[in-house]
Design a protein. Structure first.
Ligand code: SAM
Length: 292
């Protein structure tokens, strides 16, 4: 069978299997072989690698991955695409299909079972309606991944790389920067997809750190502070932390931590760097312990 990833072949597969494209699953299929080559190259896949692909769709990217990797595990939510994938991937013996929601799959167990717990590489043209929950889960659960190379909406890639002060900076930026080195490796226009999305896209590669770039006593507290700060991002940090449900800090504790960091008590969370959030977390964590 001719490879997918060109418009005529994609249309032929859609017609042969009477596929209804599901908007609710964020289905925009890649129809440009150069983009598919670029993504698989950027993911630096080698023969010994086990790759987890999220949302194989019709199997276009899966075919490119299967040619480079030792093994590909592809997790697709849309049951109707299973027979299509069986067909388009029939020549590849190193591909395993799982019909499930990636947010519900026990990924730690999957990596244990399929790759003996050794780190796998994640590659995906992500469904845009759930990009952030997927990326946050992959990062925060500290799953054994060595890299995550994903197509996302251009603005999401910008948020992942944003620094303090701008409107793009937020909890996603800080989570990405805590766990990984992020690089945009390709920009992809709407005409590379069928149907065309209403947005520009970027491919971003996250290379996971063995050790985070800042050290912090209590990671959970760090991310609770970050989430609380950006839930009310226009407020001063003192107020957003004081008002946050589940956080035990009074205004005085936050004020004195900020002052001891040499930061204005009127600062907003969006002005703090990752290192400053880590410092604040350690100071507030120590303050609670001193009270106990
Ligand atoms: N990889 C294909 C390609 O590049 O042509 C399809 C990419 S399309 C943007 C996103 C794919 O993710 C669709 O096939 C969609 O059905 C699937 N998907 C959406 N939500 C999902 C979820 N929660 N878990 C697994 N797959 C999902």
């Amino acid at each position: 069978m001719e490879k997918l990833g060109i418009p005529s072949q994609t249309i032929a597969v859609l017609q042969k299997h009477h596929v209804t494209i599901q908007k609710k699953f964020g289905q925009n299929f890649l129809i440009d072989s150069r983009v598919l080559e670029k993504i698989t190259e950027a993911a630096q896949i080698e023969k010994q690698d086990c790759v987890v692909e999220i949302g194989p769709g019709l199997g276009a990217m899966t075919q490119y991955l299967a040619e480079r990797a030792g093994r590909v595990i592809a997790v697709e939510i849309d049951r109707a695409l299973m027979p299509v994938l069986e067909d388009t991937l029939s020549e590849y013996e190193n591909v395993e299909l799982i019909n499930d929601d990636i947010l519900k799959v026990d990924l730690r167990r999957l990596v244990e079972e399929k790759n003996g717990g050794r780190p796998v590489k994640v590659v995906a043209n992500l469904p845009y309606y759930i990009t952030t929950p997927i990326v946050m889960r992959l990062l925060e659960e500290r799953l054994p991944f060595s890299s995550i190379t994903v197509m996302v909406q251009k603005e999401v890639a910008q948020r992942m790389q944003a620094g303090p002060g701008g409107k793009d900076y937020g909890a996603l930026s800080l989570a990405v920067q805590y766990y990984a080195r992020a690089e945009v490796v390709a920009k992809v226009p709407p005409n590379c997809f069928l149907p065309r999305p209403g947005v520009e896209s970027s491919v971003i590669r996250l290379t996971l750190y063995e050790e985070p770039p800042v050290s912090v006593q209590d990671e959970e507290l760090l991310f609770s502070l970050i989430r609380a700060s950006f839930n009310q991002r226009r407020k001063m940090l003192i107020n957003s932390l004081h008002n946050a449900p589940g956080l035990p800090f009074d205004k005085e504790a936050v004020r004195s931590a900020l002052l001891s960091m040499g930061v204005s008590e009127n600062v907003r969370g969006e002005a703090l760097t990752l290192a400053q959030f880590a410092q604040l977390s350690d100071l507030l964590g120590a303050a609670i312990q001193a009270e106990e």
